[in-house]
Design a protein around this ligand. Structure first.
Ligand code: SAH
Ligand code: SF4
Ligand code: F3S
Length: 493
């Protein structure tokens, strides 16, 4: 069963970190997805695929595209790995523990591959873009059949064909981003809420972060393509879209044929008849007054902003190359709060960045107290090979990092609890997603501010908006009772 990796076929294109760092000036082309080659259209008939997705929403959405391509080739989705003819791991490289999970999973899947040698086992996503990872798979996980990256998902039919008919491991990872591919098929996870890419890549190069290397340079989709996609989703009855980009505030900065910013895009999306519009992620550096002005118009633009701060210390922010100071961040927050008084702010924070002192960590705690985020994703710094921070001297012991994380989480939990307590007795609008995962007698959904609400109500509310009175606020979720149904918003636009 072992793959012969020594004779690298024409389908061996390995990633190269140095090439991934280079940012060219060449213009990005927009191309259309090519139809599935004739001989591959029925290849999956009677066969099943399973995709395991790790990482951020970008990856979740990429998995929807991969599923779309596989279904066009005749494959059906399965959740049972014993029934799968293809298993793809769509991976995340953001922290070491994300990568460890994938290697663990690859090890575990070896047994399945032994029992079913026809199974195609593939690795894609951000880890595939890393030289070290591909090297490690070639060396120690030879039961893998296929590796492809984030830039060549549209090549899946050809790559799969080679994996099916070749005895070698098929590796095709482009280190440089390619074109923007429009009209890719998609199988969306649900019929209610949809992800919409507005841009790809990241040019911010925060010193700790691997994303600019795994996702390539910033490329914005044309506004007409984004708006058409949202209109189409509205027509199909979707109630919510989340616009995706690593740094949505940089949207449009790469256009050479027009002046059109993220604020312009939001203002245009606002006019589409889709009830809720979210976006993620917003880098504080490029968050401008025009955007605040547009968001303050509300309507379908929800009053929730995820605004990762990373640290409350200007010195640490400088080492992180975040390109804003503590003061600038706080200024931005107060401008946003003034324009949108009931805004819910959430954030990401890294503790234990190389050299972070106790005082600098205290500054993070004091910023958290001052801003009062409704919730925060908090992480211990994880060195990523090839990034500038990985070369910085890191003298903070792991014990100290863990302690800082625990203190930060405790503080944030108190604030989250307090914020949720303010909602006690209030009636909130909930988009009802379905039965709660824990209890089928309870329905669950989200507020405009993205808070999870569990409540008792009739099943016909699923897929609709409902008004729910919050009677039991908790730290991470809200419990309530249904008070009345809201008619579906007029769609179209
Ligand atoms: N583009 C987004 C973040 C994407 S990664 C932004 O800039 O806001 C999501 C979060 O992971 C980051 O906000 C950061 O808090 C965390 N993260 C990224 N690299 C990390 C690393 N090397 N170690 C620990 N956390 C990291
Ligand atoms: Fe990473 Fe910074 Fe880009 Fe976010 S903005 S993806 S943290 S480099
Ligand atoms: Fe992970 Fe890649 Fe997203 S590294 S966080 S899956 S962009």
């Amino acid at each position: 069963m072992s793959k012969q990796v020594k004779d690298y076929s024409q389908y061996f294109v390995a990633p190269d970190l140095k090439a991934a760092k280079k940012r060219g000036k060449e213009e990005v082309q927009v191309i259309q997805f090519e139809e599935i080659p004739e001989n591959m259209r029925e290849v999956g008939k009677g066969k099943n695929y399973l995709i395991e997705t790790y990482g951020c929403q970008m990856n979740v959405h990429d998995s929807e595209t991969i599923a779309g391509i596989l279904e066009r080739m005749g494959y059906s989705r399965t959740e049972r790995e014993e029934d799968a003819d293809i298993i793809l791991l769509n991976t995340c490289a953001i922290r070491e523990n994300a990568e460890d999970k994938v290697f663990g999973e690859l090890g575990r899947l070896k047994q399945l591959k032994l029992e079913n040698p026809d199974l195609i086992l593939g690795v894609c996503g951000c880890m595939s873009q890393e030289e070290v990872v591909v090297g490690r798979i070639l060396k120690s996980y030879q039961h893998v059949d296929l590796i492809f990256g984030t830039h060549n998902i549209h090549r899946l039919p050809v790559l799969l064909q080679n994996a099916l008919f070749s005895k070698e491991m098929v590796v095709e990872v482009w280190s440089k981003e390619g074109d923007i591919v429009e009209s890719m098929p998609k199988v969306r996870e649900d019929g209610l809420r949809a992800w919409v890419n507005i841009m790809y890549g990241c040019d911010k190069f925060c010193t700790y972060c691997i994303v600019p290397y795994t996702r390539g340079k910033e490329r914005s989709r044309r506004p007409e393509d984004v708006l058409d996609e949202i209109r189409e989703l509205a027509r199909k009855g979707y109630q919510e879209v989340t616009l995706l980009g690593q740094n949505v505030n940089a949207y449009g900065k790469d256009f050479t044929d027009r002046e059109y910013t993220f604020a312009d895009l939001m203002d245009d999306v606002r006019k589409i008849g889709i009830p809720r519009v979210r976006f993620t992620t917003s880098h504080p550096r490029d968050f401008d007054d025009h955007l605040i002005e547009v968001l303050a118009k509300r309507g379908n633009l929800v009053e929730h902003i995820h605004l990762p701060v990373q640290s409350g210390s200007s010195e640490v922010l400088k080492l992180m190359a975040r390109k804003y100071t503590r003061e600038r961040y706080l200024e931005l927050v107060s401008k946003i709060k003034k324009a949108i008084p009931d805004v819910v702010l959430t954030t990401d924070i890294i503790v234990g960045f190389p050299g972070e002192t106790d005082e600098q960590f205290e500054e993070t705690l004091s910023l958290v107290k001052e801003v009062e985020f409704d919730s925060a994703f908090t992480f211990i710094y994880s060195p990523r090979e090839g990034t500038p921070a990985a070369k910085m001297k890191d003298d903070v012991p792991m014990e100290v990092k863990k302690e800082r994380l625990a203190r930060l989480n405790q503080l944030q939990n108190e604030i989250s609890r307090r914020k949720n307590e303010e909602l006690r007795g209030q009636v909130v609008e909930v988009l009802v997603e379905g039965e709660s995962k824990k209890n089928p007698n309870v329905l669950s959904g989200r507020t405009r501010t993205n808070k999870l609400v569990n409540f008792v109500g009739p099943k016909h509310l699923i897929g609709k908006f409902a008004y729910v009175r919050i009677d039991e606020p908790q730290t991470w979720t809200l419990k309530g009772v249904w008070v009345e149904e809201k008619p579906l918003a007029k769609v179209g636009g």
